[in-house]
Design a binder for this molecule. Structure first.
Ligand code: NI
Length: 390
C-alpha cells in the first residue's frame, strides 16, 4: 500500500482543519466548537462519534478482522494569551490562542482517522480515537475524567499512543524515549502565620516576612540535600504575597510554587520534606506554617512496547536519522500520563521548527508549528497502528 501517496491526498483537508481550529481556539473545558468540528469530521469519515464528559469525543474504528485495540489520543484546548505570530490564520478570539499546538494534535488525529478508515479492511483489531479536553487544566485535566467515564474500556485498550509538537526538534524528526518522557507537576502552597505589631517594635510581633525568607532558603535544601544527585527534581516558588504596609510587621505570607519530579519515590520524598522543613523552620522562629501539596499530573512514563512501536514507525517514516532518542526527559507535564498509568503506551515529540528558523518555545505568543510537521504526525501514527494491528 502506498501510504505516502494516500497521505498527500488527504493533507489539504488536514491543514484546513488545523487552521479552522487555530482560528477559533477555545479554553479548557470550553472546547464546544472544536468538539463539534471533530464530531462532524468523524461522521463524514464514516465513524460514530460519542461525547465523553462534556467536550471529550471518542470514536471506534473496527477493522476488517478481529484483533487488539489501540487508542490514539489528541488534546484540543488552547491557552489564555493573545496571538502574536502574524499568521494569516491567527486567532479570531481575543486573548486566546493555540500556543501549545493542540490544534495540530487534533487535526493530525482527524487525518489519521480518515486514512485508517480508508484502509479499514486491512486492519486486524480496533482503533479508538480519543479527543481530549482540558490538557492545560492542571491539576484536574481532561484525561482523568475521560478515563473515569470508561474511555479505556469496551473494547479494552491494549496500547495507547499520542504526540506533542516539539519546537526543540526540527521538522522532519521525532523524539521518543523508553521510560520517563515528561515530569510530574504538583502545586505547593505554603502559608506562614505570624503576628502583626508596629514596625518599630518587631519584638511585640512575629514577623511572617522574616520567617518566610528563612523558609524559602531552607526549602532550597530539599532538592540540593535530600534528593539524590542522580535523580531529577525542581522546586520553584513563583509567587510570594504578604504584608500590609511598610511600617507594619506582616502577620501572614503566602508562597506558591511548582514541584516537578520524574520518579514517584522522589515525588513522595519531596512532598514529605517540604512539609517537615517549612513547619520546623516556622516553629523554630516562633511562627506557624500550613503546607498544602496538591498532586497534579504524574510523570509520563513510556512503556517499552509503546516506545518500540513508535520508534519503528518513526524510522519507516523518516529513516533512522529522523528518530531522536533524547538523552533526557522534559520537566514539563502532560496529562496523557494518566492514560499510560492505566494501560501501556507512549508519547512522542513531533519536531516542528523549520531548518534555520529560530526556536520559539511552547506557550509563547509567537509559537507556530511548521505546517510540514502535520504529514509526519499522520504518517508516524498511522504506521504505528498498521504495525501493531497486522
Ligand atoms: Ni500541550
Amino acid at each position: 500500500m502506498d501510504l505516502k501517496n494516500k497521505i498527500t491526498t488527504i493533507m489539504p483537508r488536514v491543514h484546513d482543519l488545523r487552521w479552522q481550529i487555530h482560528r477559533y481556539p477555545e479554553l479548557s473545558l470550553k472546547e464546544e466548537q472544536t468538539a463539534a468540528l471533530v464530531e462532524r469530521e468523524l461522521i463524514e469519515i464514516g465513524l460514530v462519534p460519542q461525547l465523553v464528559t462534556n467536550t471529550g469525543v471518542t470514536a471506534l474504528l473496527e477493522g476488517g478482522r478481529p484483533g487488539k485495540t489501540i487508542a490514539l489520543r489528541a488534546d484540543m484546548d488552547a491557552l489564555p494569551l493573545p496571538e502574536e505570530t502574524g499568521c494569516l490564520h491567527s486567532s479570531k478570539v481575543a486573548g486566546v490562542m493555540h500556543a501549545c499546538g493542540h490544534d495540530v494534535h487534533t487535526a493530525v488525529l482527524l487525518g489519521v482517522a480518515r486514512l485508517l478508515a480508508s484502509f479499514r479492511e486491512r486492519i486486524s483489531g480496533n482503533v479508538k480515537f480519543i479527543f481530549q479536553p482540558a490538557e492545560e487544566n492542571n491539576p484536574t485535566g481532561g484525561a482523568k475524567p475521560m478515563i473515569e467515564a470508561g474511555v479505556l474500556n469496551d473494547p479494552k485498550v491494549d496500547l495507547i499512543l499520542a504526540l506533542h509538537v516539539w519546537p526543540e526538534l526540527p521538522v522532519g524528526s521525532i523524539g521518543v524515549r523508553d521510560g520517563a518522557m515528561m515530569a510530574a507537576s504538583d502545586r505547593v502552597f505554603v502559608k506562614v502565620l505570624g503576628k502583626s505589631s508596629h514596625g518599630s517594635a518587631p519584638h511585640q510581633g512575629i514577623d511572617a516576612i522574616a520567617v518566610s525568607a528563612q523558609v524559602i532558603s531552607a526549602l532550597q535544601t530539599v532538592v540540593s540535600r535530600n534528593v539524590s544527585p542522580l535523580e531529577a527534581a525542581v522546586l520553584t516558588f513563583g509567587t510570594v504575597r504578604g504584608g500590609h504596609r511598610y511600617n507594619i510587621i506582616a502577620n501572614q505570607v503566602e508562597l506558591e510554587g511548582t514541584c516537578r519530579t520524574l520518579n514517584p519515590a522522589v515525588r513522595r520524598l519531596v512532598e514529605t520534606r517540604i512539609d517537615q522543613v517549612a513547619s520546623q523552620v516556622a516553629v523554630g522562629l516562633g511562627a506557624e506554617s500550613e503546607v498544602r501539596y496538591v498532586h497534579g499530573y504524574p510523570a509520563l512514563i513510556n512503556s517499552a512496547e509503546g516506545f518500540t512501536v513508535l520508534k519503528q514507525a518513526g524510522e519507516e517514516t523518516l529513516g533512522k536519522d529522523g528518530v531522536v532518542i533524547p538523552q533526557y526527559p522534559a520537566m514539563g507535564a502532560e496529562d496523557f500520563a494518566f492514560f499510560v498509568e492505566k494501560v501501556p503506551g507512549a508519547l512522542f515529540w513531533l519536531g516542528c521548527t523549520k531548518l534555520n528558523a529560530p526556536m520559539v518555545p511552547l506557550h509563547s505568543p509567537e509559537f507556530l508549528p511548521a505546517e510540514e510537521c502535520l504529514a509526519v504526525g499522520v504518517e508516524v501514527l498511522s504506521r504505528a497502528v498498521f504495525n501493531y494491528l497486522t
